[in-house]
Write a protein of this length. Structure first.
Length: 386
């Protein structure tokens, strides 16, 4: 446990406990969350760990193995959005949001470690928030239900760290189960566990961190949201979720808005199709996974051509993985950088062939070598020891 080793090194004593929270990948449903639609994330085995102990007084002291800065000290009584910047805004934001919800946070020391690449679209920020939330609530003897922790950690990200994300990342980190994906209705906030165990059907999931982050990210994300709102307004709907089929959008004349709508409608449908495949009587088979693969690739084409949020490294990774025998692949996350998820046959070195093909494709173009992670649907945040 490297977080506890870091804790002993920096604080000179044993932690009271160690808590962990996973990152996530999203199987299907991109840019559907803010359109009140569906998403289908699963928790990863890669996670953020927080070793923590109480300390007297009203200070939160944090350090991270992934950050060069020494200890960061935060006064729990003076917390407000904007007061803490840099990575410490995430743990400080959780303390702030807990207190804002009426939970008294104790003084504490936190040492963070992680095997999740940060900024790769695998939600290291939510994992950091959720690991912090479990540590702080345990140190304070606070009994906060998971559903409320989702709201609290999301507030930390949206209001304290200032990143306007939906409900998916924190829900995945706090609610997912091993061998399952989480179907999330972003309108009602209801969620359902859907059996999802590709290994049992001879399939594997490979994450490809393209290591690219293009400048457009923030502006284009805001523009897509505005375009979806405008399309819904012109159609007289409160959100694009209310569109059940493309025919309902026939009155839209603007070609760009039509493409955006087509992505949202078809991606919502693809989420529900994947769920139906996974829940089919008799359980998923190799055929099921081939079908899911086909939907993944369709989603990529939709994100690339209709929603226009893909990036060259993602397109190349998808193309190379498919050429090497992947059943399907798509970019995940908001776009313009981050990771690709590929569904590969587990037998015949399926993942190895895809890795080699993607590595070769990047090398030929002179791009930074991609990073590969095996994605295994895993359990949500929990205590490791203490
Ligand atoms: P993603 O959530 O996709 O990984 P974000 O940009 O939302 O990307 O969050 C990345 C940020 O989260 C980092 O820049 C850093 O501030 C913080 N972070 C993530 N992991 C760690 C860690 N292990 N230690 C310290 N800060 C971290
Ligand atoms: Mg994030």
């Amino acid at each position: 446990m490297k977080a506890s080793a870091l804790f002993r090194e920096r604080f000179g004593r044993e932690p009271d406990g160690v808590w962990l929270a996973p990152g996530r990948a999203n199987l299907m449903g991109e840019h559907t969350d803010y359109n009140d639609g569906f998403v289908l994330p699963f928790a990863l085995g890669q996670r953020v760990t927080a070793a923590a102990a109480r300390q007297p007084g009203r200070r939160l002291t944090v350090c991270s193995r992934q950050e060069p800065s020494d200890l960061v000290e935060v006064d729990l009584d003076g917390l407000a959005p904007g007061r803490v910047t840099g990575w410490a805004a995430y743990p400080a934001g959780v303390a702030w949001a807990l207190e804002a919800a009426g939970h008294r946070v104790p003084g504490g020391c936190l040492a963070i470690d992680s095997d999740l690449p940060a900024g790769a679209g695998l939600s290291s920020s939510a994992a950091l928030e959720c690991a912090t939330a479990l540590a702080l609530t345990a140190l304070g003897g606070l009994d906060v239900p998971r559903a409320e922790l989702v709201t609290i950690t999301r507030r930390a990200e949206n209001e304290f760290a200032g990143v306007p994300t939906g409900i998916m990342d924190q829900s995945a980190s706090l609610l997912c189960r091993a061998g399952h994906a989480l179907l999330l209705d972003c309108r009602s906030l209801e969620s359902w566990q859907v059996p999802f165990d590709p290994a049992a059907a001879g399939a594997g999931l490979l994450l490809i961190n393209t290591r690219a982050r293009h400048e457009l990210t923030d502006g284009e994300y805001g523009r897509r949201r505005a375009e979806c709102e405008e399309a819904a307004r012109r159609l007289g709907l409160s959100s694009l979720r209310d569109l059940t089929g493309l025919a309902d959008a026939d009155s839209l004349t603007d070609p760009v808005l039509r493409r955006r709508v087509r992505h949202v409608v078809t991606d919502n449908q693809r989420v529900l199709e994947v769920v139906a495949l996974l829940r089919a009587p008799g359980g998923p088979s190799a055929d099921t996974y081939r079908e899911i693969g086909r939907l993944l690739t369709q989603a990529h084409v939709s994100l690339r051509d209709d929603f226009e949020v893909s990036w060259p490294e993602a397109d190349a990774a998808v193309e190379a993985a498919l050429a090497a025998g992947a059943a399907g692949a798509r970019m995940i996350g908001g776009g313009f950088g981050g990771s690709v998820l590929a569904l590969v046959p587990a037998a015949h070195q399926g993942s190895g062939r895809a890795r080699d093909a993607v590595t070769g494709a990047f090398a030929r173009r002179g791009w930074t070598a991609p990073e590969f992670l095996d994605a295994v649907p895993s359990d949500s945040a929990r205590q490791l020891s203490g």
